[in-house]
Design a protein around this ligand. Sequence first.
Ligand code: NAP
Length: 290
Amino acid sequence: MQTTILITGATGTVGREVVKELSVLGEDVRIRAGVHSVVKGENLKRLPGVELVEVEFDEPESLEAAFTHIDKLFLITPFTENQVAWCKTLVDKAKSSGVKHIVKLSALGAGSEPGITLGNWHREMEQYIEESGIPYTFLRPASFMQNFSNYSGESIKQQGKFYQPTGEGKAGYVDVNDIAKVAVQVLLTEGHENKIYTLTGPEALSNAEIAQILSEVTNNEVSFVDVPEDAARQVMVEQMPGWMADAMLELYALQRAGQASTVDNTIEIVTGDKPNTFRDFALTHKSAFC
Ligand SMILES: NC(=O)c1ccc[n+]([C@@H]2O[C@H](COP(=O)([O-])OP(=O)(O)OC[C@H]3O[C@@H](n4cnc5c(N)ncnc54)[C@H](OP(=O)(O)O)[C@@H]3O)[C@@H](O)[C@H]2O)c1
């Protein structure tokens, strides 16, 4: 039987990997890629089984076409102040459209006490889904390895340095490609309903260790610069709203305090494959760093 899956945020870091992984599975899977910008979605349109639909979370009427004849929803909301409200709108629409399973991209530490802003937002969204009565699976990934290519690639290329206020704190960085592989299993095989999956890479690494791996893979000297939190905030608020800088600084502070070093084997249990190491990731994405 054919399954139709709507992916919101389909052009983003996780969404496009999920779309790509699903698109190779043949005619039993129809992929509706919910894109904010059709131009950014052009590459996805060429993949087999993928149809694009324009979605603007701020305009609930744009969800009409997206949710028509959908079986399952892979729910991604971006890192914005509006994400809780947007998620609730999507869940209401999923309920009224008869969606049978919601897989939500959440975050490591959602629901921890006392919690940080991002974790508390994700838990509020998870609770809204639980209360909707729709079967769910929550994916709670650690920090993405792709953050290095997306946000530090240019400074690594130009200066051989990247900057963060994380000290010697380690994180169980995860490759987004592994998150997408888990998503495919959860969306298309039985037994994942009403479960919460922690997704991490195979090892916890400090940023000095990340720099060492990048140096070896690129054959260039790459250094990690540990920045005092105040100095980091001063630079960050020139590039993003103050609330976003503060939310990110909370995440960095957790890492600095050694509270982001969780390593979990759920990826291997669900996919049957070991998750990528940071070295695997760096080799695949070498051109982002040199
Ligand atoms: N980065 C990490 O290390 C990390 C770790 C754990 C969890 N997370 C969670 O991952 C989620 C973000 O996923 P991601 O990194 O894949 O996101 P992303 O790369 O920032 O992409 C966000 C997507 O949402 C779309 N979008 C933005 N505004 C929209 C709107 N108003 N209406 C409809 N679509 C809109 C974007 O489209 P346009 O580009 O066209 O606007 C894009 O496709 C967040 O909830 C975050 O907390 C991130």
